[in-house]
Design a protein around this ligand. Structure first.
Ligand code: NAP
Length: 307
């Protein structure tokens, strides 16, 4: 019999992942869904099939009959609050998996609290934007006890992910360390694209010419972010794909790790300062690639490239 799964957090990432769990996860019971804003859970349930999903009102209700509980929430305080609720239930023998991007210290503290109450814990942040989650193409980073990592494996590569990176019998916080350090690469990629396109426009090379080179030399995420910038997608979206507050949270975690370990991350500081400007200009609609608008403004161009 397949384990009973529950999913807490149906934001941009959670919704796409749940679609793939239902379609390819070989579940023999409905996937239990919980979200703070219940309407989102109900909409998803209607889309995926009410026979394949079950919406519940509270975190505790999600945990009661589940064997494996996945969490995918915005930030550290939200994850702490969810785990507080989870631990009000008898969790002995259950497995809790956190897919959120949180500070490694948070992961360490959650691991201690959860395992002290007889449950297992796996840190499993993911790489890939919401459309990648929807397409089942994420990279899952899993860390924890071998038995726990093995229990979660059937739902990763081939279901929600195209690849797994596993840190077996290592602290769960190794997964979030990789995630936070990995996201500094993403921030720097976006910063490089923003600066390059601005320079290409101002020197007369032209952004399309630079884009052609990016496509040839850096296909994949560089080319995808470049396309979004040139199309004006970085300021036109109602719902951002990598919301500015989440991007700043990740940069903040990286800068904190740097401070504590005696490392300097000047490139991350620059990217984060641009994210502050993005928030000022676009508010909650600010997205990671909106950094392009901030760099354009600093160079005397309009934030928006298409208006
Ligand atoms: N977006 C990306 O490109 C990306 C990629 C990889 C990893 N991640 C990480 O994955 C996680 C989820 O990201 P996302 O893009 O899905 O974020 P999102 O669309 O902003 O969704 C956030 C989710 O967290 C819930 N939430 C936020 N604060 C809460 C609180 N205080 N109490 C209860 N629930 C709360 C939201 O509930 P409501 O629906 O009620 O607001 C929603 O379900 C984040 O940790 C993010 O850093 C994101």
């Amino acid at each position: 019999m397949a384990p009973q799964l529950a999913w807490i957090g149906l934001g941009n990432m959670g919704r796409g992942i749940c679609k793939n769990l239902v379609a390819k996860g070989n579940l023999d019971k409905p996937l239990i869904l919980h979200n703070r804003t219940k309407a989102r859970a109900e909409e998803l349930s209607a889309r995926l099939g009410s026979d394949k999903t079950q919406v519940v009102d509270s975190v505790r209700d999600a945990v009661k009959s589940a064997d494996i509980v996945f969490i995918c929430l915005g930030d550290d305080p939200a994850v702490y609050a969810a785990v507080d609720e989870i631990l009000q239930e008898d969790v002995r023998g259950k497995l809790i998996v956190d897919c959120s991007t949180v500070h490694p210290d948070t992961t360490e503290s959650l691991e201690q609290r959860i395992t002290a109450q007889g449950a297992d814990f796996v840190g499993m942040p993911v790489f890939g934007a919401p459309p990648v989650a929807e397409a089942g193409g994420l990279i899952c980073v899993t860390a924890g006890r071998r038995e726990a990592v093995e229990k979660v494996r059937p739902y990763t590569k081939g279901v929600m992910a195209r690849e797994n990176i596993e840190f077996v019998d290592q602290s769960a916080s190794k997964a979030t360390l990789l995630k936070v350090i990995g996201n500094t690469f993403v921030l720097q990629m976006v910063e490089a694209l923003a600066e390059g396109h601005t320079l290409a426009e101002k020197t007369g090379l032209g952004v399309e010419n630079l884009h052609r080179w990016i496509e040839v030399l850096f296909p994949g995420p560089y080319a995808a972010y470049s396309s979004r910038m040139l199309a004006g997608d970085y300021y036109q979206r109602e719902e951002p794909l990598f919301q500015v507050d989440l991007a700043r949270k990740d940069a903040g975690h990286a800068l904190d790790l740097a401070r504590k370990s005696g490392t300097r991350l000047p490139a991350v500081e620059v990217g984060d300062a641009h994210l502050v400007k993005v928030k000022e200009h676009l508010g909650k609609k600010g997205d990671l690639p909106s950094i392009y608008g901030a760099v354009r403004q600093e160079s005397g161009l309009k934030f928006e490239n298409r208006d």
